[in-house]
Structure formats: C-alpha cells, structure tokens
Design a protein around this ligand. Sequence first.
Ligand code: TTP
Ligand code: MN
Ligand code: MN
Ligand code: MN
Length: 371
Amino acid sequence: QRLTACTVVHTMGAYACQRKTPLEHHNTIFTDALLLLAENAELCANEGRNVAFKRAASVLKALPRPVRQMEDLQGLPCLGEHSQRVIKDILEHGGSSEVEMTRQSEKYQAMKALTGIFGVGVKTAERWYREGIQDLADLVTADLKLNREQQTGVKYYDHLNMPVTEAEARTIGQIVEKAVHALLPGAEITLTGGFRRGKKTGHDVDFLVTHPEEGREEGLLPKVMGWLEARDLLLYQKINKNSYLEAKEWPARPSSNMDRFERCFSVFKLECPWAASEKSNQSGESPSWKAVRVDIVVVPFSQLAFALLGWTGSQLFERDLRRWAAQEKGMSLNSHALYDTKRKQYLRASSEEEIFAHLGLEYIPPWERNA
Ligand code: TTP
Ligand code: MN
Ligand code: MN
Ligand code: MN
C-alpha cells in the first residue's frame, strides 16, 4: 500500500497499558471534548459509552503530534464512529455542537454539581435530580436525610472542589509520615494516585502504608487515625476493614476496581502556612485551614508491588492492565496479586517492573500511565 507524503501510519496497541501516555500532550482540544462526553455518559450511568469515549481520548493523548486532518487518524485503535464525528466537527468547525449542547444541558450541569459532593454517587444524584434538586443550594433547602459522608461533603463543598496542590500533598505526606512513625517505626509511606503520575494537582491525596516485616502493619490504621484525631488534624474519617482473608471469590473479576485492603477515606484539616502569621486576624471571614480528601491504604509487604500498580492509576490504565491480563494472557490481576489461570498458580513480584514482565508488557513508568 502506497502512502501519501503527509500520511503517518501509527502502530499503537489497543490497550492503554501498551502505550506511553504522558501528562502533557498535543491534542487537548479533542480530548477535552471526548472526555466531556465520557463524563456525561458516566453521569447517565452509561458505562459502555463512558469507556468508549475515554479510550478514544486516551489514544489521542498518546499521539506524538497534533491531529490536523482526519487522515492522521488512520490505523489508530479505539476510535469509533461517534468519536470520529466529534473529531471531524472540531477540525471543520473549531468545535462540536454535541459537546456544547451537552455542556449546557440542565441534566449534565445538575448531575455534575451533585456528584461533586463527597459521598454522592451517580445513583443518589439521579434520584435527587428526579426530585427537582439541581445543586447544593437545592439540596440544603430540601433538608434531606444525609449520611455522615454526605454531610461532610456539603459542609466542606467549596474546599473539596478546590484542586489539591503538589505542595499540599507533600505537607500531608509529612504529617502522615510523622503519625505513622510515631506508632510504628520502620513503616514505609508511599504517595500514589495522580501525584505519583506527575500530576500537579489532584482531587485527593493517596497513600500506601506498609512495613517490611509483614504482620507489623496489622492494627496500625485505627491508631494512626486516632493520633491525627487527637491533634485536631481530621474533619472526617471512615475506616474500611480488611476483607481479603474472608474473600471467597478470588480470583476476582478482572474488571473489578475495588480491592480489599484496610483503608481510610478521610478529610484532613490542613493548616495553611500563611495563616500562622495571621493569627491576629480576627475577622473570621475565611478559616486558616483547608479541607483536603486523603485516602490511606494499609498493605501487607508481600502485596506492595501489586497495590502500588493498582493505586497509581490512571483508572483507564488499570482497567486495561486487567483486561490485557485476562484476555491476552489468561491471567487475573488485581491490587493484591497476579494469578495464572491456566497454570493455576500465583506469580510473585516485588516490583512493578516484575509485574509488567509477567504480563509480557514493556515497563511503563508512573508518569507515562496518564491514559
Ligand atoms: P483516585 O484518587 O480516584 O484518582 P487519581 O489519584 O488518579 O486522580 P485524582 O487526582 O482525581 O485523585 O484513584 C487513584 C487510584 O486508586 C486509581 O487508579 C484507582 C485506584 N483505586 C483502587 O484501586 N481502589 C479503590 O477502592 C479506589 C477508590 C481507587
Ligand atoms: Mn487521587
Ligand atoms: Mn479521581
Ligand atoms: Mn483516591
């Protein structure tokens, strides 16, 4: 087959875990549009459409140059008819009317506002929306019965919708480390999630905590949270106990994103550094602290590499790692272990590199997992 001068033939794997996806890329006008449609599908509980648009956006993120004409898409995977139509509209008209209509739609805006409350998922938001509740103010007026998590979400709505900065993540890391080391010297704390992928901001801060002598980590989390609570550093905490030992459904469904580690979903009360020098400021207009979502996960040392891989994300990268393992390798991967279904054996790993090797994949460092 002959190629014209300006045609580039791409060899790109169909799984996000086969590609390097940097944080900064050349196609944000397209990916912003596709990701808005993905978000809207998610808010309408349409998982198939959500993933299809996310995959299309992810492929464009991995391209080494901007898309300038439809021919540039030749040979690329995961670009369905609908996604191509959106890209074409943007190329031809500078924007997509479907995207703009979605962005302006009452339902999209209401669902985004409601699911933006900590503790409110799509199902709850959908129920409230059908009852005529469209934003935080409506919710407060309606005076519904909210659970403790949602009450926290309402109370700190503004703070929790402000991006968490890298500096704030680092400060919280130091606080968590101090608490953990006070209670279990030798324990190790790792920053994961988006910040490990090099993101400059996040919606929360994610940490893994482990100890090289397996077993020493047991019972640590409630003590750590108590230590923080006693120092007035928490606004909310909920510990989910480890349920791994009781789990009978292993190997877990490859698509399942939930793991069974003991973890805490919390909201920290982070003192702002500039506030200390302003103690004399008695105006009381804005607090001297910021509410920040923090996830802390306790991991047995032998599962650390799997937990690190599973908690670093991105969500699409994780999803495709599991899909690759199941469909291409006959293996089952989750944040605890890798199981070879044919040989009926677990494959050990003490680093992420070893897991990629078991899966027959080229190693991709965290900062290139921004699929
Ligand atoms: P998130 O904190 O939701 O996402 P993020 O850190 O990539 O981005 P953001 O800046 O918005 O915070 O999740 C981090 C990773 O943890 C993600 O890859 C999915 C994984 N995860 C689990 O494995 N199990 C869980 O129960 C949850 C909530 C997340
Ligand atoms: Mn995160
Ligand atoms: Mn997130
Ligand atoms: Mn998180």
